[in-house]
Ligand binder design. Structure first.
Ligand code: GTP
Ligand code: SPV
Ligand code: MN
Length: 617
């Protein structure tokens, strides 16, 4: 960015209160902050220190400004409700860009933009975009501060809502500045809601702009986000940094940034196993992360619910950390009977966005209880009663809460070195074809499975809910570089692992439906029955049956004690129809063809082998 010549005199505008951190690395940070301030022209700069007092003051200020509603502390202490603008309710994938120097580095699955052109568009948009607002400078760490797998960044933003959310979702504070002062590298992220205020102009409850840009510069490790205040568009540490930018860093440094939950499963024997699972947005990660097994003797400890960074260790195992510090979870469908752990996590200190408000000052959403309360205020602030034919909470309404508040959080969830993985799961939302669970024959076959994940669209991003789309590794909206190269990178990571210590790969599908449209599998806590089979399988205690698409359980080997799943449903859950699967293979071929020969040969061979096995079937 070209620096405007008329940099305002900082002292005159109260810009002087810099943090008391000294060190050579701070100069570059100060220079960058000055540059962004000169461009965006905020009324003042606030260096965020991450303290409790500061957080409380920011929350109070948002209540005073009508941006947050304080919930009744009797029901929900320390908790708030935000209502977004009705046009700003989810990630906007159509406005998300990878501005790599070379178009082929973004690949056919991303919106590519020429970096110079994108910079010139953004310079125009950001010029004066923070007028009348405070510019917050938020230093954050993804992963424990100073950890060997951790990375740091700074977000400047004109949204106090974003600041309080980042405070929950990441490690914010002066300790990060000390790292910067010591010369550690950091990622630059810039965010503006794009709604400058003229003197005396009244602010909106949720300022945003119809024009939106979520732009990533992988070559210079920068993110620029304009116009949206919602979730992954505004908490830039999350999808923008920890997935899109981090996937590029991982490609260059030999590790993986993944859209995965992370859990520790403890068997009745006391033996612990670590499982990571990639499911697309709103397809069950938070729920599995907080699993309460319905089979006696099993326990699950939560390590992470959305993002995992995976790195081969010297021991030939694949080590994983959760780089986040909180959960930004889907509210609808979260209730006592589905995810009691989440319900308990949300007892207080939570920011809710776009859920419904009860007359008693508590919150509600579809699925929290079986029956809706008779009178509510819906997510848009209108009176609501059951039977109106529209939901009270937005389908992508969310909660933001600290991980430490989860009653089954692992005591070492934030351990800098992470945990060694035993199992990787890939999944999606598939009403047909994909069985409840299927085992990959080896790493390459597992990567092939991951590259083939497709899933019905959900409300987590714009688009038609229910429409089937390819979402390889659940990373379609989050891979910061060419997806075919990413497949190759997965294969390379496999080569760095000891073959007998690499995590075993399985595909799961909790969402298969019968011809009557009902889910065939009870899901939620009963997913522990699938995990139980997987663990017995990797321990060599149970056989599997070869099928054209991988190894299936014998249904009699599933522990179904205490639940009723009719044999006909079980058979349907594992039915493999060769004709439909040939069609899946056709779609894979079409998809691979979009990469102009860049898909690794090993995956093309897997596709031929699948076709061959299907013909034999
Ligand atoms: P993001 O935060 O968008 O990445 O979503 P997520 O993958 O964490 O999804 P989440 O666990 O929040 O689940 C999304 C929706 O799927 C919720 O409405 C859940 O109730 C529902 N869901 C989760 N697990 C199951 C399951 O096992 N069976 C069924 N039928 N629904 C499930
Ligand atoms: C997702 O869409 O996968 C999310 C929500 O986890 S957001 O942070 O908005 O991307
Ligand atoms: Mn997600």
């Amino acid at each position: 960015f070209t620096r405007p010549t008329s940099t305002p005199a900082r002292e005159a505008r109260g810009f002087g209160r810099r943090p008391h951190v000294t060190g050579a690395g701070m100069d570059a940070l100060y220079a960058w902050v000055d540059e962004i301030a000169a461009l965006t022209q905020p009324a003042g700069i606030h260096w965020v220190d991450g303290s409790r007092a500061e957080n409380d003051a920011l929350l109070r200020q948002q209540v005073d400004e009508g941006k947050l509603i304080k919930l009744n502390p009797e029901w929900r202490p320390g908790s708030y409700l935000a209502r977004s603008h009705p046009s700003d309710v989810a990630r906007t994938e159509g406005r998300t860009f990878i501005a790599s120097e070379r178009e082929e580095d973004a690949g056919p699955t991303n919106n590519w933009a020429d970096p110079a052109e994108m910079r010139s568009i953004l310079t125009g948009l950001f010029e004066g975009s923070m007028r009348g607002r405070t510019m917050y400078v938020v230093p954050f760490s993804m992963g424990a501060v100073g950890g060997p797998l951790s990375h740091i960044g700074v977000q400047v933003t004109d949204s106090a809502y974003a600041v309080t959310s980042i405070g929950i979702m990441t490690h914010v504070g002066t300790a990060v500045l000390e790292q910067i002062a010591d010369g550690a590298g950091w990622v630059k992220t810039v965010h503006s809601v794009g709604a400058p205020l003229a003197p005396g102009e009244e602010d909106a409850a949720w300022p945003c702009n119809d024009e939106k840009y979520i732009a990533h510069f992988p070559d210079t490790l920068e993110v620029w986000s304009f116009g949206s205040g919602y979730g992954g568009n505004a908490i830039l540490a999350k999808k923008c940094f920890a997935l899109r930018i981090a996937s590029v860093i991982g490609r260059d440094e030999g590790w993986l940034a993944e859209h995965m939950l992370l859990i520790r499963v403890i068997a009745p024997s006391g033996k612990a196993y670590h499982v990571a699972a990639a499911f697309p947005s709103a397809c069950g990660k938070t729920n599995l992360a907080m699993l309460r097994p319905t089979i006696p003797g099993w326990r699950v400890e939560t390590l992470g619910d959305d993002i995992a960074w995976l790195r081969p260790g010297d021991d030939g195992r694949l080590w994983a950390i959760n780089p986040e510090a909180g959960f930004f979870g889907v509210a609808p469908g979260t209730g006592e009977s589905t995810n009691v752990t989440a319900v308990e996590t949300l007892w207080g200190n939570t920011i809710f966005t776009n859920v419904a408000l009860r007359p008693d000052g508590d919150v509600w959403w579809e699925g929290l209880t079986d029956e809706a309360p008779p009178h509510l205020t819906d997510w848009e602030g209108n009176a609501w009663t059951p039977g109106l034919g529209r939901p009270a909470a937005h389908p992508n309404s969310r909660f933001t809460v600290a991980a430490a508040q989860c009653p089954q959080i692992a005591s070492d969830w934030d351990a800098p070195q992470g945990v060694p993985l035993d199992v990787i799961l890939f999944g999606g939302r598939r009403a047909t074809n994909v069985p409840l669970v299927v085992e990959a024959t080896d790493w390459t076959h597992g990567v092939f499975m991951g590259s083939n994940i497709s899933s019905e669209r959900t409300a987590a991003a714009e688009g038609t809910v229910g429409e089937l789309r390819r979402d390889p590794f659940a990373m379609l909206p989050f891979c910061g570089y060419n997806m075919a190269d990413y497949f190759g990178h997965w294969l390379k990571i496999g080569q760095k692992l000891r073959f007998d210590r690499a995590p075993r790969i399985f595909q799961v599908n909790w969402f298969r439906k019968g011809s009557d449209g009902r889910f065939l599998w009870p899901g939620f806590g009963d997913n522990s029955r699938v995990i139980d089979w997987i663990i017995r399988r990797i321990d060599g205690e149970v056989d599997a049956v070869d099928s054209p698409i991988g190894r299936l359980p014998r249904t009699s080997d599933l522990n179904l004690d205490g639940i009723e799943v009719p044999q006909a449903d079980l058979d349907e859950l594992f039915a493999i129809d060769p004709t439909s699967w040939q069609r899946e293979a056709d779609l894979t071929e079409e998809f691979y063809a979009t990469f102009d020969g860049r898909v690794p040969a090993a995956l093309e061979s897997e596709l031929s082998a699948l076709r061959y096995r299907l013909k034999q079937a």
